[in-house]
Write a protein that binds this ligand. Structure first.
Ligand SMILES: Nc1ncnc2c1ncn2[C@@H]1O[C@H](COP(=O)(O)OP(=O)(O)O)[C@@H](O)[C@H]1O
Ligand SMILES: [Mg+2]
Length: 219
């Protein structure tokens, strides 16, 4: 595996699946034997709570509480805090980042994953957010670095179809379509990723993370 990659999971909306994507992706890489770090910029600390639940015998993930209000001084550059052998850095973020906060957060990232729920309000908010990313903030965001994760997808619903149409117009790829399934809740409860769970009904969900990682890892 070649260079280190920084992957940020971000959307102005809360509850769209940022933490679900961050934790599942981190554990996917870790179980592949890839040195993985997970930074939690959300003061709610959901990713770090998940990491605490993770059993010692599972593949190791290096966690950092990265938000400004954390007890320790964590305002220093995160590059300094990363183990040198790290190959994948997953960055979980709070909702509502705009302006200079958003710009700072995006500095130096290689891939931007944007989870979207198939509801009209989420789609509108995400459309504005992507417009911000591409036009307003003065950081060079390469369009090819952006991937959409359609989350909690139920096919054949009007909301899902309008999400697909919206994404088509942007010409930004949907790198995964995650099912709405209790499997994610089961995994979260025990500090695992979905591919660390056993059971036949999980097979299809596991394939989504492999596809996502393939998109991230291509150059
Ligand atoms: N694909 C999914 N299927 C079922 N539940 C999901 C799925 N994605 C997220 N959830 C649940 O929805 C809630 C919000 O997801 P979360 O990842 O915490 O969003 P965010 O970090 O963007 O606020 C959580 O309770 C999570 O377990
Ligand atoms: Mg979250």
């Amino acid at each position: 595996m070649s260079a280190m990659k920084r992957i940020i999971v971000i959307n102005v909306k809360g509850g769209c699946g940022k933490t679900t994507v961050s934790t599942n992706l981190a554990s996917y890489y870790a179980t592949q034997g890839i040195n993985t770090a997970l930074f939690d910029y959300d003061p709610q600390g959901s990713s770090m709570r998940w990491l605490k639940l993770r059993a010692d015998e599972l593949a190791d993930i290096y966690g950092v509480i990265a938000h400004k209000n954390a007890a320790k001084a964590v305002t220093m550059s995160w590059q300094l805090r990363l183990p040198t052998e790290t190959k994948r850095l997953i960055i979980d973020t709070p909702p509502g980042l705009t302006g200079s906060d958003l710009r700072d957060q995006l500095k130096g990232v290689d891939k931007i994953l944007i989870p979207v729920l198939p509801s009209p309000l989420d789609i509108f908010a995400t459309a504005d957010f992507i417009r911000d990313l591409l036009l307003d903030i003065k950081v060079r965001v390469n369009k090819t670095s952006i991937g959409i994760v359609a989350n909690r997808v139920k096919r054949n619903t009007v909301a899902f179809q309008s999400l697909e149409r919206f994404l088509d117009t942007l010409n930004i790829p949907v790198v995964a379509r995650l099912r709405d399934t209790q499997n994610y809740l089961r995994a979260t409860e025990v500090g695992m990723g979905i591919h660390e769970l056993k059971g036949k009904n999980i097979y299809v969900d596991k394939t989504h993370w492999k596809d996502m990682a393939e998109w991230i890892d291509q150059d």
